[in-house]
Design a protein around this ligand. Structure first.
Ligand SMILES: Cc1cc2nc3c(=O)[nH]c(=O)nc-3n(C[C@H](O)[C@H](O)[C@H](O)COP(=O)(O)OP(=O)(O)OC[C@H]3O[C@@H](n4cnc5c(N)ncnc54)[C@H](O)[C@@H]3O)c2cc1C
Length: 349
């Protein structure tokens, strides 16, 4: 799967969703999933738009129920984040049971578990920035429940590589698998992996009945651990050319909607804040994806720098006297912050 950044092609993909096939096959590696998460999580399209498209095409609510349920998970995790704030960086419901260490498992980072479907899934993640939901669950289960790593570092590893990286969905899903945001851990065995990835592997460390998995000894292949050095490299950009007699719309990696206030005569800046990316690192591929998606927004300038610098540009403007512009509760001189899509949960600062 390739992830186009062309807005018209993205909308074409929305029109091609088959919600009936989706409901039947979404758990299979090559099932009719939408591959829309990189666009939904980046604010290019919303879950509501997907729903409207389905209804316009004549589907009934019962026929799109499964798809809506899945879309709702993302919204739910956003609300968890809004409600819990920074607590999503800690075990949310209860301490993750049976933690042996807080590092990343080398065999997963190196795609060398010996389980071909898992290793291929990790290689594909590195190549495309995408991993199927079931594979994400398998990987998290191996890391947290078989290799007994705490979920946090491995979650940072996955977030780093995902084009759809979403701190709320990612942290909460890892915690759900690891039993820190659920009442029990999620386990998968080789039969399950074979079934949903159309493989037929035997004699792996997961080739066991379910009741044996929780108490099994650590497989030798999962013993090696690594501390990953995850860094973001931001593009070097000039200070943006801002007309301070006009408002400025600030976009970020979570709001790249080309239709947002499209008709307004404003400055438009994609703000890539080093302070944010130092805290939540992402790969070069993710940065390229964000920048490329931003090109759908007419007149946008890309700025790697901090919000305070932009605010200082307004010091001698008509907006500096305290005349404030408000967007979703945020006041910043003439600058309208991009909080439209999923609320403050999506703008970690
Ligand atoms: C360990 C782990 C980490 C994850 N990290 C992320 C992440 O960083 N960002 C992210 O967007 N999703 C994450 N997910 C959820 C899910 O895997 C992806 O949303 C899904 O695989 C995206 O592919 P798709 O668009 O083809 O999904 P589809 O099956 O086509 O789903 C349609 C849409 O529904 C939403 N959705 C579907 N399943 C889930 C789910 N379980 N949780 C939340 N939303 C869902 C997504 O917006 C998705 O685009 C994670 C899941 C796990 C188990």
């Amino acid at each position: 799967m390739d992830f186009t950044t062309d807005y018209d092609l993205i909308m074409q993909r929305v029109r091609l969703i088959n919600p009936l096939e989706y409901a039947q096959t979404r758990n299979y590696l090559h099932g009719a999933v939408t591959y829309l998460s990189p666009y939904i999580s980046r604010g290019i399209i919303s879950g509501r738009q997907v729903q409207s498209e389905m209804l316009v095409r004549g589907y009934k609510y019962q026929e799109i129920e499964k798809l809506l349920q899945e879309l709702a998970w993302r919204e739910y995790y956003q609300r968890v984040w809004q409600f819990k704030g920074d607590l999503i960086w800690e075990d949310l419901k209860q301490p993750q049971p049976e933690v042996l260490h807080t590092k990343m498992v080398s065999a997963i980072a190196d795609a060398k578990t010996g389980i071909s479907a898992i290793d291929k899934g990790i290689e594909d993640l590195y190549a495309t920035g995408y991993m199927h939901n079931h594979l994400r669950m398998y990987v998290a289960s191996i890391v947290c429940n078989i290799a007994k790593a705490h979920w946090l570092q491995p979650a940072k590893w996955l977030y780093y590589h995902l084009l759809d990286g979403d701190l709320a969905s990612n942290n909460c899903s890892w915690q759900w698998v690891a039993g820190a945001f659920s009442s029990r851990k999620y386990y998968c065995n080789q039969d399950n992996i074979n079934r949903y990835t159309h493989s037929n592997l035997r004699n792996t460390f997961l080739d066991k009945p379910y009741d044996v998995l929780p108490g099994m000894a650590m497989p030798a292949v999962l013993e090696s651990r690594v501390v990953l050095d995850l860094q973001t490299v931001l593009p070097v950009t000039p200070l943006p050319d801002i007309d301070v007699s006009k408002k400025t719309l600030i976009y970020n990696g979570y709001n790249l909607d080309p239709l947002w206030r499209r008709s307004e005569d404003v400055n438009r800046i994609l703000l890539l804040e080093p302070s944010h990316f130092n805290k939540y690192p992402v790969s070069n591929a993710v940065i390229d994806f964000i920048v490329s998606l931003a090109r759908n927004i007419d007149g946008i300038q890309i700025y790697s720098g901090e919000m305070d610098t932009l605010l200082s540009l307004y010091e001698n403007s008509p907006f500096s006297t305290g005349e404030a512009f408000i967007a979703k509760g945020i006041r910043h001189f003439g600058i309208i912050l991009a909080l439209r899509i999923v609320g403050i949960g999506s703008i970690p600062r």
